[in-house]
Design a protein around this ligand. Structure first.
Ligand code: IMP
Length: 422
């Protein structure tokens, strides 16, 4: 399998957890390189449902080494809760999880500031997950953040936290919010620090040793291309590089050690949170929600839904260098009579075959559609390419061609077995 970067080719992709799980089978090491517990990857195995936020999905398979890399922002209390929840489901942590010493920490004041800033923005809010991700990356960039290596050194951590709580309480007071108790935060973070200490490592060295040994490493991206801080629909983005480059900076593995980039996308488009979504369509949203699909794994919010946008996805292929596509949720379109695919945008008399950077122009864009006949047959029992209806195969081939990458996986349901390798 070699070293593979897996990225979301749209806004945040349900089904990514499942594809990661499928690709993990061939990997020796699985690394998370950006984002935090804003991510939610759902994996279904033998009737059990696992929702992962910070722990790499590789943990669900025996003998895989999982790494939370330096580029991730970690809420240690919620990481401990997640690990304990997984333990209850029978997952064992023994020499299979490593947490980077230099990953930055998320604190309650980050969460509170996230919420306060959102409410101040009113209708212009980003629609964040309110997990404190933006403020935590903000501290990292401002060089005022605390890291995992600080958390596990009791004296140093106490002093640093005292200062941070004092500083942030002033800001919270200015917002009219309740100040935090140093004692409470300190106690819960020290407890989490003690629990996590055995897992803390120099993950850059560990990963380079793995690469030198010839281990296959899977870089598990969180969120999607259009939520990237540089390449997304700014400011309606998350605060990290969700595109392929983030896998390098967030792990310390250089670009020329990467062998391939796999892009995950749905057979349609979804987005949680605010910001432009040109192909948004209420009918398809109602249909998918009525099927019990498309509710955010982290916040439970209904996702906004629309037709497949080949212009946006082609852009994603370009900035990520996507070689192979994994198309998920094909079965979500099983009952649709005529399927639309966006092949361009129109803003008054102006036509675009790319994603405009001017967010106001992008928000005005109306999609230009091509139409494909639906197959109107259940596909969830298909296990091989030939089991798919001819119209479904034609649709998959067409969207791969429009986006300019090779179709390598199609998924027709949440189970591991519902995966087709064309
Ligand atoms: P934040 O990452 O919580 O700051 O949220 C910023 C934007 O990214 C919002 O639109 C969120 O809904 C979105 N977002 C963050 N994480 C995910 C994810 O894992 N999947 C989908 N959308 C996400």
């Amino acid at each position: 399998m070699a070293n593979t970067i897996l990225v979301g080719a749209q806004w945040g992709d349900k089904g990514k957890g499942k594809i990661i799980d499928v690709l993990t089978e061939e990997a020796d090491v699985v690394v998370r390189t950006q984002g935090g517990n804003n991510a939610g990857h759902t994996v279904h195995i033998e009737g059990k449902k696992y929702i992962l936020h910070l722990v790499p999905s590789g943990i669900l398979r025996p003998k895989k080494v999982c790494v939370i890399g330096n580029g991730v922002v970690v809420d240690p209390v919620s990481l401990v809760e997640e690990m304990q929840g997984l333990q209850k489901l029978g997952i064992k942590f023994n020499d299979n999880l490593f947490l980077s010493e230099t990953a930055h920490l998320v604190f309650p004041y980050h969460r509170e500031l996230d919420a306060q800033r959102e409410s101040l923005k009113g209708k212009n809010k980003i629609g964040t997950t309110k997990r404190g991700i933006g403020p935590a990356y903000g501290d990292k960039a401002a060089r005022t953040g605390l890291r995992v290596i600080d958390l596990i050194q009791a004296d140093r951590f106490r002093k640093q936290l005292e200062f941070k709580i004092r500083e942030n309480n002033e800001i919270l007071k200015a917002f009219g919010a309740k100040p935090l108790s140093f004692k409470e935060v300190h106690e819960s973070y020290r407890r989490a620090g003690d629990y996590l200490k055995p897992f803390v490592a120099n993950t850059v060295i560990l990963l380079h040793e793995a690469v030198r040994r010839g281990d296959d490493v899977l870089f598990e991206g969180a969120q999607g291309t259009f939520l990237d801080i540089d390449h997304g629909t700014y400011p309606f983005v998350t605060s990290s590089n969700t595109t392929a480059g983030g896998a390098c900076t967030g792990s310390g593995i250089p670009p020329h050690r990467m062998d391939r980039v796999v892009g995950v996308m749905k057979a349609y488009t979804t987005r949680v949170g605010e910001g432009p979504l040109p192909t948004e369509n209420d009918e398809i949203a109602d249909m998918l929600h009525a099927m019990g699909r498309e509710f955010g794994a982290t916040t439970g919010r209904p996702r906004r839904c629309g037709w497949f946008d080949s212009v946006a996805t082609r852009h994603a292929c370009m900035v990520n260098g996507i070689d192979e596509l994994a198309v998920t949720n094909l079965d979500g379109l099983d009952s649709v009579e005529t399927i639309k695919v966006c092949i361009g945008y129109r803003d008054a008399s102006k036509k675009y075959d790319y994603v405009p950077n001017d967010l106001e122009a992008f928000s005005r864009c109306k999609p230009v559609y091509a139409e494909f006949p639906g197959w109107r047959t259940p596909t969830d029992r298909a296990r091989q390419w030939k089991d798919l209806p001819a119209k479904a195969r034609a649709y998959l081939k067409a969207i791969a061609e429009l986006t300019g990458a090779k179709l390598s996986i199609a998924s027709v349901g949440p189970g591991r077995e519902q995966t087709i390798f064309p």
